[in-house]
Design a protein around this ligand. Structure first.
Ligand SMILES: Nc1ncnc2c1ncn2[C@@H]1O[C@H](COP(=O)(O)OP(=O)(O)OP(=O)(O)O)[C@@H](O)[C@H]1O
Length: 652
């Protein structure tokens, strides 16, 4: 019977067993939970890192999307291997914002040109990288250098663009530096001009939306193995927006005025930038506008290679270049503050902090330097009488001893005067005289709704009638807009880091390059295709003459008048001697074609953008589909006579 009580015993023993199980499970549950939480945390961390990397990669290379499927992404290490660790022996050239290296892909033996953007010091390199990458999707023409791919790492600030290798490098390099024999035949030069014209025609008329290159110059025209020319370097290129064009074509002054009034020329320019630039963050330095570095090279056939202590100029040997200067043209802030201070054409003279003081201006610096380059000493037969000339003393109505004393004092002053200063002083005198004359004529700085080039045209006409030229004025005339140099970026002064280029280097950011930049754009104006047309005009003159747009030799004054290629071309046009522009090294010259090209160049160099032909018209003229043009009125010989071309119009 006692067994009847056993179940309750069992029942009494069972709960502790459950309890034990529960305890046992509970002991297991804790580590399990901990493990689950840890795994979840790890997964979350991995996911966050993945998303972060993905996002930052997208920010760095937004173009890697489907629209850029033709553009390959390279790893930096692959490009490093391809260029033998960016070895100097593989360096093809050096621009304002980076170097270009020749590379070979180990797998396919394909040759590449690898452009490593210098993006550590400023954002401009990164901006150009994004700009070029974003535009590449729109560009597909045999006259454009193909962009093969890129590599980017925003954390390490590495931005690399990979192009098809152009075996003969740039026109700057092949024609002006190496003087390739292949380019000494006329037909090759003509075909280079035609290729560039077609490339620009494609950009302006066949791209949708049209693209404005913004920096046409010999170092951006690349030559392939057969010397076929292709346009490269779209770092400063812009998509054309409709309102911008209408504004310019209709001469809509009010819009420009609005832009000036609210001080947002910078914004105006930014509005035609690509979306990628908008996204770029601005540093404090950048908010002052990134530097527009310009390197202006000038020949000095006699100077020994040395670095001028005052200017930092590297003087070259015969027919070599002297590095003139790397200067930032302006900051956006300067631009805004400048707008009130006179005509747009003067803006670059006023970049110096010492606004208003003659001594500190860049103009003086440039003039001083040019003076120095042209003549190391004041000429014996002074070609402009100095007001402090000794002879003037003779007019003094004072005692003879006093006269002698004063004479001696002035002689001493002139003896002590630095040789290079005479030129500057005389230039300033000229400038003051000119200003006085202008005042007399009642030409105020206010334009009353008139565009500056219209005023210019009037002045040209007046000058033509008078047929007189100041000794210096005419020389600088051709650079009314293009010869614009501003203050150096302080960082550049300090570092002395002067980027070299194949010649006249670029002015990154929103402008083009000294000598090639259209006058209306140089003063902070609107960028249009006509700016490219202007630059094309300069390029054509350079290709035909085989020389740089600004080439000062230390030779006699007779050479001096040729220094400025554009002025010289204008002079020759007035005198009806255009063929003198042609490079004497050219053989098998087709005179008609050469005249046609020079005339087209002069058409492109007209001050008024609306008078310049379109690239479509230029291609038609070059191909003979339309009648050859007449010389623009502002360049026409006096008495007017048109150059006679044999009609190249194709029989249809
Ligand atoms: N695809 C290429 N193939 C061969 N050489 C090239 C190629 N791209 C550029 N180069 C060479 O590298 C040089 C430098 O080019 P880059 O575009 O960096 O500078 P730039 O045009 O001379 O000056 P900046 O960039 O300041 O306007 C060119 O002048 C050219 O000789």
């Amino acid at each position: 019977m006692p067994s009847r009580f056993s179940p309750p015993e069992i029942a009494a023993e069972t709960p502790p067993q459950h309890h034990r199980h529960f305890h046992k499970n509970f002991h297991l549950l804790l580590p399990l939970l901990a493990a689950a939480v840890t795994i979840t945390l790890i997964l979350l961390t991995v996911l966050t890192i993945f998303i972060y990397r993905k996002l930052s990669r997208n920010r760095t290379a937004p173009s890697e999307s489907s629209s850029h499927c033709h553009c390959r992404r390279f790893s930096y290490s692959l490009l490093r291997r391809a260029t033998s660790s960016f070895s100097p022996s593989n360096r093809l050239g050096h621009g304002g914002f980076g170097s270009v290296y020749k590379g070979t892909l180990p797998s396919s033996a394909q040759h590449l040109a690898v452009k490593v953007m210098n993006s550590t010091d400023s954002l401009q390199g990164e901006r150009e990288f994004h700009n070029e990458l974003s535009l590449s999707r729109a560009l597909d023409s045999p006259h454009i250098v193909p962009l093969i791919g890129f590599s980017s790492d925003s954390r390490r600030r590495r931005f690399v663009l990979v192009y098809e290798l152009m075996e003969n490098r740039s026109v700057q390099d092949a024609l002006l530096d190496r003087k390739c024999e292949e380019l000494m035949g006329w037909s090759r030069r003509f075909s280079v001009i035609e290729d560039v014209a077609k490339g620009l025609e494609y950009l302006h008329h066949f791209c949708d939306p049209p693209v404005i290159h913004g920096d046409i110059k010999p170092s951006n025209i690349l030559l392939d193995g057969e010397f076929k020319a292709k346009i490269g370097d779209f770092g400063l290129a812009r998509l054309k927006t409709e309102d911008l064009v209408e504004g310019l074509e209709e001469g809509e002054v009010s819009r420009k005025k609005d832009v000036e009034d609210n001080g947002s020329i910078l914004e105006e320019t930014e509005s035609v930038l690509t979306g990628f630039e908008e996204g770029a963050s601005l540093t404090v330095a950048d908010s002052h506008r990134s530097p527009e570095s310009c390197v202006l090279r000038v020949l000095d056939s006699e100077a020994s290679p040395a670095l001028s202590p005052e200017t930092g100029l590297e003087k070259g040997s015969v027919l070599s270049e002297g590095l003139f200067d790397k200067v930032s043209v302006e900051s956006g802030r300067d631009l805004v503050s400048n707008k009130k201070g006179g005509s747009r054409r003067d803006w670059w003279w006023k970049q110096d902090p010492g606004i208003g003081s003659e001594s500190g201006r860049v103009k003086d610096y440039v003039m001083e330097w040019i003076g120095n380059e042209i003549k190391k000493e004041r000429p014996k037969n002074e070609w402009l009488a100095s007001p402090s000339s000794v002879d003037n003393i003779n007019d003094c109505k004072v005692s003879s001893s006093c006269v002698e004393q004063k004479k001696e004092k002035i002689r001493k002053k002139e003896r002590d005067r630095k040789p290079r200063e005479w030129w500057k002083e005389e230039f300033c005198e000229e400038l003051t005289k000119k200003k006085k004359k202008k005042k007399k004529r009642g030409l105020s700085s206010s334009n009353n709704g008139e565009l500056w080039w219209q005023r210019d045209e009037e002045m040209v006409e007046r000058k033509k009638k008078k047929n007189s030229k100041g000794s210096i004025d005419w020389w600088l005339e051709g650079f009314s807009g293009e010869f614009k140099i501003g203050r150096r970026n302080s960082q550049d002064w300090a570092s002395g880091d002067i980027p070299k280029s194949g010649g006249i280097s670029s002015t990154p950011s929103m402008r083009g390059t000294v000598c090639y930049i259209a006058p209306e754009y140089g003063g902070g104006g609107l960028l249009s295709e006509k700016c490219d047309v202007y630059s094309f005009g300069v390029l054509v003159l350079v290709i035909i003459s085989g020389r740089r747009p600004l080439q000062v030799t230390a030779s006699p004054m007779s050479e001096f008048e040729r220094a400025n290629l554009i002025s010289w071309a204008r002079q020759l046009a007035h005198n009806g001697r255009l063929l003198e522009l042609v490079d004497p090294s050219i053989h098998s010259l087709d005179k008609d074609q050469a005249l046609l090209c020079i005339t087209i160049a002069l058409l492109c160099l007209q001050r008024s953008p609306s008078k310049r032909p379109t690239m479509k018209e230029i291609v038609e003229m070059l191909s003979g589909e339309t009648e050859p043009p007449h010389l623009p009125f502002e360049f026409s010989p006096s008495p007017p006579s048109n150059f006679l071309f044999k009609s190249r119009k194709k029989a249809r």
